[in-house]
Design a protein around this ligand. Structure first.
Ligand SMILES: *Cc1c(COP(=O)(O)O)cnc(C)c1O
Length: 234
């Protein structure tokens, strides 16, 4: 048995190695893929261990938890990503704490982030969350709604749209996840040709513990991994 810190370091190394191999299978390198460590299941000591192991992009799905964690242990090396639903009344407190909001799921939220970022003199990178599997219970732009939104998005000043994010449908296994990921990539490729010049859609955030290698094979540039990082350490 390893102690938790050593176990987490070993998990990080193993996941980086698998990321690297998946990236090379499709002619890329592991350095092209950002590993976001999702910390929603763990406590500050495990977060410290994952940061010590070199993983400085951290993700939380609940805004309040992200604020608390970012404020409790300020660390200039850490980049926090919000990966879950954000209500408009939580935007003001969230913006100063994050490096990126990956889960922007409505035009109204994009507009609120833009307006408040401008008030706070911040420039905020975001991803548009797309409900690729069109499940009613899920947040996200419907795939058909992204193009009309982008056509009106050229005037945003304080929000930088960097790409798209999705979650694969639950319980479908890795081949069904692959279809969802391929759908997001194809949508991005199509939108790249039509979106305003000021917007780049280079980032694709897709893949979690069970399917990040499949996601990389389908073009992910960001993977969000939680449980696999902390296996054996909790
Ligand atoms: C929890 C969560 C993850 C990580 O899930 P694991 O299966 O534990 O890796 C990734 N993305 C989002 C949006 C999440 O909420």
């Amino acid at each position: 048995m390893l102690d938790p810190t050593a176990q987490i370091a070993q998990n990080v190394a193993g996941i980086r190695d698998r990321i690297d191999r998946a990236a090379r299978r499709c002619g890329r390198g592991g350095e092209d893929v950002t590993l976001v460590a999702v910390t929603k299941y763990v406590t500050p000591p495990e977060i410290r261990a994952v940061v010590e192991a070199g993983c400085t992009d951290l993700g939380e799905s609940r805004p309040q938890q992200l604020w608390q964690r970012a404020e409790a242990e300020p660390n200039a090396a850490v980049r926090w990503h919000l990966i879950g639903h954000l209500q408009r009344n939580k935007v003001r407190r969230t913006l100063p704490a994050v490096a990126m909001i990956q889960s922007v799921d409505t035009p109204r939220l994009v507009e609120a982030v833009d307006r408040i970022a401008e008030e706070l003199s911040l420039s905020v990178p975001i991803l548009l969350e797309v409900n690729v599997s069109q499940e009613p219970a899920k947040h996200g732009f419907s795939p058909d709604a992204v193009e009309p939104f982008l056509a009106r998005a050229a005037g945003l000043r304080s929000v930088q749209i960097r790409g798209l994010m999705c979650m694969a449908r639950l319980g479908g296994g890795s081949e069904s996840a692959r279809e969802d990921f391929a759908r997001l990539r194809k949508l991005r490729d199509r939108l790249d040709d039509v979106c305003p010049e000021s917007i780049s859609l280079d980032e694709l955030s897709m893949g979690m513990s069970g399917d990040y290698e499949v996601a990389i094979e389908e073009g992910a540039t960001i993977v969000r991994v939680g449980s696999a990082l902390f296996e054996g350490a909790l």
